[in-house]
Design a protein around this ligand. Structure first.
Ligand SMILES: Nc1ncnc2c1ncn2[C@@H]1O[C@H](COP(=O)(O)OP(=O)(O)OP(=O)(O)O)[C@@H](O)[C@H]1O
Ligand SMILES: [Mg+2]
Length: 274
């Protein structure tokens, strides 16, 4: 998909981590409980620089809790959670302030530089620089979500966290958003963690798909299919395994139902002390 007036924002300087090849995210043995309810336990997660990772899991499995932790919105005090400081989040709803114009929403809380120019550059990247002066209420759902993406981009994140960002959009707008996110990812190369309930969305976008279950990453699939991804035999096989990991028996139309999905590669591989 092409977007008018595609203009890159400024180029980030390579960080020290990039120079020495450290992962962007490294979480070890993470625990989170709310009262008596243990949501995440003994969770390990590693995301490489520039890697695009999708996170699936049943409702209530702790996906948002994990994402909020990585965003620094939930406490990880005293635990082993390493993330870059340049990170940004996009939620399911765009969370724009209705009393501020679109460009002021994009630069909210941003210090330094020429905020207006930075906002226009980021809005240009999502094809919305011509809407810089309007009020958020005049935007469609898809446009508002593109503004939320611009607000994330303008922060030049090394880690972009997306929590079901396209869940409330229609099917056609979602496809356009997939193309947009992939083109932004290629251009800026942040590591991305996207939470979704949509297995096809995960397979379409990600280098690696994780399944959160029982408080930890219970399964992973590496997606080596070339992009753009067509729903062929390879795609269907991955979809079946992921649905199996999510506890959903699935068959494509006209296909016999599989009695049990093939086993997934266990993740992470743990060393058990004798
Ligand atoms: N601030 C909180 N206080 C108490 N319980 C919470 C809090 N935040 C989350 N929980 C609980 O933690 C569990 C995981 O919630 P979380 O929002 O992370 O799930 P999720 O996987 O994102 O679900 P969904 O797919 O429905 O968005 C749920 O049982 C939820 O009720
Ligand atoms: Mg959630």
């Amino acid at each position: 998909m092409s977007h008018p007036a595609v203009r890159p924002t400024s180029v980030s300087k390579p960080s020290a981590d990039a120079a020495i090849g450290l992962p962007t995210v490294e979480v070890k043995g993470f625990h989170r409980r709310f009262g008596d309810v243990v949501v995440l336990q003994d969770l390990d997660l590693r995301i490489e620089q520039g890697e695009f990772v999708a996170l699936l899991g049943r409702s209530g499995s702790g996906k948002t809790t994990l994402l909020r932790t990585l965003a620094g919105l939930d406490s990880a005090e005293g635990q082993s959670v390493r993330t870059p400081s340049a990170r940004a989040v996009v939620f399911q709803e765009p969370r724009l302030l209705p009393w501020k114009s679109v460009w002021r929403n994009v630069t909210l809380g941003l210090a330094g530089g020429d905020p207006r120019a930075r906002a226009e550059a980021a809005l240009g990247e999502v094809g919305l620089d011509h809407r810089a002066n309007v009020w958020p209420r005049t935007l469609s759902g898809g446009e508002a979500q593109r503004v939320a993406l611009a607000r994330a981009l303008v922060r030049e994140p090394r880690l972009l966290l997306l929590d079901e960002p396209f869940a409330s959009l229609d099917a056609l707008t979602r496809i356009r958003m997939h193309d947009l996110v992939l083109s932004l990812w290629r251009r800026h190369a942040p590591a991305v963690l996207i939470v979704t309930h949509d297995v096809d969305e995960a397979i379409t976008l990600a280098d690696r798909v994780l399944v959160l279950d029982g408080g930890r990453i219970a399964a992973e699939e590496r997606i080596d299919l070339p992009r753009p991804r067509e729903v062929g035999a390879g795609f269907q096989a991955i979809r079946r395994r992921l649905l199996g990991a999510l506890g959903v028996e699935h068959a494509a139309p006209g296909e016999p139902r599989a009695a049990a999905p093939p086993p997934l590669v266990p993740f992470p591989v743990r060393e058990v002390q004798a």
